[in-house]
Design a protein. Structure first.
Length: 731
């Protein structure tokens, strides 16, 4: 068909896909006709003028439409059109009633007043000066965001980058991207280098450019940070960047020097290794080591009558503590930093509860924390008092660029005399450095955890480095208590830890194995267990059962298992709303997980009358509402509800099945582990051990026995580059 032009005013937006920008709008043309326009028109709002090129098509269901190929838009100038634009809710803080009062008073100058002279808005009785400033900011933000969204859409990039780009760069966002598109590879965007290359090519940036070579070095450091590495040896960094870019290694010497001069990278000799750090990561490592050494050197006087106090606790609890338990408890009163470690069933929980009671009896103000919400809730129930996540304890407060920071720090320390952290093996270097920095002078730190579990998802191996350094006092609990010996889960977990094959057959208590011949039958068995078999035999509801997979991909990985389990446990039904997003359906009642830290996401806990901000990577919840009119999804995380716009659903994924890494710090009534097809790098002992120890009352493993045996016999785990342990030793 021949190309046509469509000019007119947007009378309404019928449909808008926030992710792709696809929009269906009613356009009132200059000759009074109303035409339905369809196409990629991100951010289009009622009241705007549009001049579009394209063609008329005949839709089999909706009839004649104008398919937009390219378009220009302009803000309305007529008073009636300005009213329609403002009344449509395009500017947050202005509804239909306020829009009418604004245009009645300011007419054609309404936009000018809002943008340049918001004080004039206070002449309208219902608008205070603070509200006027808010309206101005939202109006300006809407304009800039529209330009950013259009830029992203034109270059086929995710539009959910728009808000963080605006937050970090304001009105300069588009020009900054044009100068250096590779900033999208950094946090919080996480664009692949390949996609950033495509954008750079669109913008005319040469593939041999200095900007690209610098970006490749930074990208490799960011990428490897996600794999746990605190630094990379310069030789490996340059080799990786060379392969990424397809450029000769010699060409990276100058970009690396330049990045060091600019303070983006720190280069230091670490025991003969030419180590390259991202500058902020170098700061975490050196700060954490400095503060731990300060705690080690701190003189601590234990309170008088400590042994009598311990004996009193024994008498009141009706227990006789094992010698190692007594030693573990007493050491925490004698050192600035101390560790209680051990596997399941060895008495860590008893030692923790007794220790807290004794701190209270001695009059110490004690703060309790854990890395995840589930771990903090469990700690709070054990100790019968509030325990916070580390993020809440430190009071999350993102800085102006959206990077994580905390209100609690060296200048504003925590009020506690003792801080106790459970599940401390999950603490990465960033959280560890932040917590240590926030301890007030004279405060002590107690860490409780199992060093044989997986290392943290984030960078470093803080807990294990402390244990291995020989510099920090710790007690490892090894005795499995009589009651714990009755649990096949605990007995077999210790066998796995020792590299012994667990007893897979003949168990009649809480540990079961079901052999399967194929990946498909393993997946089906997993689904059957959740959809009735476990409930019928043990009375455990599906909501209390967690599937934990060694990997994300393949038939028995989380991606496939989540699709299967959603279909079985929460199928579509009439009257059950859902929203499609990036090929997935988010449905009322779905179990979901937050997969990135969102420090500003607001939540409300109506039962406790609390509100706050911050939903974090690994938090799991249930979709409690899908509002198709408002285009929002509400998720409840352990009693805290948070609302997501459809465009923000990239922060969520289904959690009927989760990886072992994502399950860390959590405990479930029942766990099912499908083990069949899995990448070789994940067939390791500590991954299986971590998965098994997540189960409280029931564990079922299904799949291949030979693969399970490979995991048990494979003790090595991937090396992580870091110098924290060396710095503790003063090397």
């Amino acid at each position: 068909m021949e190309e046509n032009r469509l000019e007119g005013q947007v009378s309404s937006v019928v449909f808008k896909n926030e992710q792709t920008g696809y929009t269906v709008a009613r356009i009132k043309t200059n000759d009074g006709e109303t035409v339905t326009a369809v196409g990629n028109m991100p951010g289009l709002g009622a009241g705007e003028y549009i001049n579009a090129g394209g063609e008329f098509i005949m839709h089999p269901q909706y009839g004649r439409q104008f398919s937009v190929a390219e378009y220009e838009r302009a803000m309305p100038t007529a008073v009636s059109a300005i009213y329609e634009y403002l009344a449509a809710g395009t500017v947050k803080g202005i509804g239909a009633k306020t829009a009418l009062m604004i245009v009645e008073r300011f007419g054609e100058k309404s936009f000018e007043i809002i943008a340049s002279n918001p004080r004039e808005l206070t002449k309208i009785r219902s608008i205070s000066f603070s509200r006027a400033l808010g309206i101005q900011q939202n109006y300006l933000k809407a304009g800039v965001l529209r330009a950013v969204i259009e830029f992203l859409a034109a270059h086929r990039l995710p539009q959910d980058f728009a808000a963080p780009l605006f937050k970090r760069f304001g009105g300069d966002a588009v020009s900054v991207l044009c100068d250096d598109p590779y900033i999208l590879c950094e946090d919080p965007f996480g664009l692949s280098f390949h996609d950033a290359d495509r954008l750079a090519s669109d913008l005319g940036i040469d593939g041999e450019s200095f900007v690209r070579l610098c970006a490749a070095l930074l990208y490799e450091l960011y990428f490897n940070l996600q794999s746990g590495h605190v630094f990379l040896p310069a030789e490996k960094l340059i080799a990786a960047a060379s392969e990424l870019c397809g450029a000769e290694k010699e060409r990276f010497d100058l970009p690396l020097s330049e990045l060091c001069e600019r303070g983006r990278i720190v280069r230091e000799d670490v025991g003969g290794t030419d180590a390259c750090y991202l500058s902020r990561v170098y700061g975490w490592e050196t700060s954490a080591a400095r503060n731990v050494r300060r705690l080690i050197s701190m003189k601590v006087e234990p309170p008088r009558g400590l042994l009598k106090l311990l004996e009193k606790e024994e008498k009141e609890s009706g227990m006789t503590y094992a010698p190692l338990q007594r030693e573990a408890i007493l050491q925490c009163f004698e050192h600035g930093v101390s560790i209680i470690t051990g596997g399941p069933g060895t008495g860590k929980t008893t030692a923790l509860l007794t220790l807290i009671n004794m701190f209270d009896a001695c009059g110490y103000l004690t703060g309790l924390a854990a890395p995840t919400g589930r771990a903090a809730d469990r700690m709070g129930k054990i100790c019968r008092r509030e325990a916070k996540t580390l993020h809440r304890l430190l009071e999350t407060s993102p800085d102006e660029s959206g990077e994580m920071s905390f209100k609690r720090n060296a200048q504003n320390p925590l009020p506690y005399e003792v801080v106790v952290v459970d599940e401390a093996s999950m603490m990465d270097l960033f959280m560890s450095a932040s917590l240590l920095d926030a301890l007030k002078p004279g405060a002590r730190l107690v860490l409780v955890g199992d060093g044989d579990q997986l290392p943290p998802v984030g960078a470093g191996r803080f807990f294990c480095d402390l244990l291995e350094s020989g510099e920090v006092c710790f007690v490892k609990l090894t005795e499995i208590f009589r009651q714990a010996q009755k649990s096949d889960i605990i007995v077999n977990a210790h066998k796995i830890h020792r590299g012994e094959t667990p007893n897979l057959y003949g168990n009649e208590k809480d540990f079961y194995f079901s052999a399967c011949r194929t990946a498909q039958s393993t997946a089906k068995m997993t689904a059957d267990l959740l959809c009735g078999r476990i409930t019928e035999k043990f009375g455990i509801e599906p909501s209390e059962i967690q599937v934990i997979c060694p990997s994300r991909r393949n038939t028995c990985g989380t991606e496939s298992m989540n699709a299967l389990l959603q279909e079985k446990l929460n199928p579509p039904a009439e009257g059950k709303p859902e929203v499609k997003y990036r090929g997935a359906s988010f449905r009322l009642g779905d179990r979901v997980m937050q997969i990135k830290n969102d420090y500003e996401r607001e939540w409300a806990d109506d039962a406790r009358g609390q509100t706050g901000a911050g939903v974090f990577n690994g938090d799991t919840g249930t979709i409690a509402r899908v509002d198709e009119r408002a285009k929002t999804v509400t998720v409840v995380f352990d009693g805290k509800s948070s609302e997501y716009a459809y465009s923000e659903l990239s922060e969520l994924e289904h959690a009927f099945a989760v990886t072992v890494h994502k399950s860390q710090g959590s405990e479930y009534k029942a766990v099912v582990i499908p083990v069949f097809d899995c990448p070789q790098r994940l067939l390791v002992r500590n991954l299986l051990y971590t998965a098994v120890t997540r189960a409280k009352e029931l564990l079922v493993i299904c799949g291949r026995e030979d693969m399970l045996n490979v995991m048990v016999k494979t003790s090595q785990s991937a090396k992580r580059y870091g110098a924290f342990k060396r710095r503790l030793k003063g090397l």
